[in-house]
Design a protein around this ligand. Structure first.
Ligand code: 2P0
Length: 331
């Protein structure tokens, strides 16, 4: 698997000269999918079954610095991490693919997440995107967004989308070599768009996304209907973004997320990421919506809820959900 990734990296960088400067830096925003990525058609190259569409979180994400060191070192939010920490192992495994192209150097990586840790938002998307962009800056490769997206994808699928800001589509592609599976930004901006984070639990989820999606593909009968639904939802979402049709966007994103959870629950052993408090808040969303408040939700592979609403309802949403943390994606 690592050989396949190393070869992919070599091909992407074919003909690109490295000219290392003292230090490379980059920032990448985190993202939340409105049409979810769930399931891989090829594990080694992180190739997805379906295309997905996300919105980036503005200034919330990961800042990364990379330079040459005397040994491999990884700092997270100012603290040096032990080499056997999963975060470090995953970072260095990813960087191993680049090492031969950079004079077999040791890496010193400093990563700073400004995503509120309490918000329960995944940081692997912004983390691997920032790492690839910092490498590109350090080595002077001047790669375009398409190639940066494909490199970030190897670290974590959702990182392919975090190379860009705003609304972003990650095309699943069909080529077995992964050369057409990359993200592209959409031009539309929607300044009134708001995301509300409802933190349900900070506990580590028992099954990570990676294992969870592989299990779903392998064992869930309901997953058979997922690729077609995702494709239809993505088309609907694109039109809703084009026309700023918030109702259609909200309905489609919520339906997409809950359909993904249905495929997970139909896996064996079942994957149930929702907690009792998640269900309680889902019911609250349904109740306030029945009362006329236009708010929708999406949920990733965990118990936390992300609300979707517009600026004009912000005060009402904050009153209905007192613990909500509000993000302005285009702020
Ligand atoms: C997404 N998720 O589209 C979906 C929705 C979780 C649920 O992308 O194995 O960490 O590294 O490619 O990107 C989380 O999965 O998985 C994810 P890998 P990743 O945002």
């Amino acid at each position: 698997m690592r050989d396949i990734q190393s070869l992919f990296i070599k091909n992407i960088l074919n003909g690109t000269r490295s000219n290392l400067k003292e230090c490379g830096t980059a920032f990448a925003a985190s993202n939340i999918a409105l049409c979810k990525y769930w399931g891989k058609r090829a594990v080694a190259l992180n190739l997805p079954v379906n295309s997905s569409l996300s919105i980036s979180l503005g200034h919330l994400g990961t800042h990364t610095e990379i330079r040459q060191g005397n040994q491999d070192r990884v700092m997270l939010n100012g603290s040096e991490m032990a080499v056997n920490e999963p975060f470090v192992v995953r970072t260095l495994e990813f960087l191993d693919g680049f090492r031969p192209l950079l004079g077999n150097t040791y890496f010193e990586v400093r990563t700073q997440n400004n995503i509120p840790t309490a918000a329960g938002l995944a940081s692997s998307a912004s983390g691997f995107a920032a790492l690839v962009m910092a490498l590109n800056n350090w080595a002077g490769w001047e790669l375009d967004g398409q190639r940066l997206s494909m490199l970030a994808r190897l670290g974590s699928g959702s990182a392919a989308r975090s190379i860009f800001d705003g609304f972003v589509q990650w095309n699943a592609g069909t080529n077995p070599d992964g050369s057409d599976s990359f993200a592209e930004p959409m031009a539309q901006i929607w300044p009134e768009f708001r995301i509300g984070i409802l933190k349900i639990s900070e506990a580590q989820k028992p099954i990570g996304s990676r294992e969870g999606m592989n299990r779903t593909v392998a064992t869930s009968e309901l997953y058979k209907s997922w690729p077609a639904q995702a494709e239809a939802d993505l088309a609907t979402l694109r039109t809703a973004i084009d026309t700023q049709d918030f109702t259609t966007l909200g309905k489609t994103a919520e339906h997409n997320a809950l359909s993904m959870h249905a495929t997970m629950m139909a896996a064996w052993p079942p994957l149930i990421y929702l907690q009792p408090d998640t269900l309680e808040q889902i019911h609250t969303v349904q109740r306030v919506r029945a009362d006329g408040l236009e708010v929708y939700l999406t949920i990733d592979a965990g118990p936390n809820i992300k609300l979707l609403f517009l600026e004009k309802t912000q005060a009402t949403v904050a009153a209905a959900f007192p613990d909500v943390e509000i993000i302005q994606p285009f702020g």
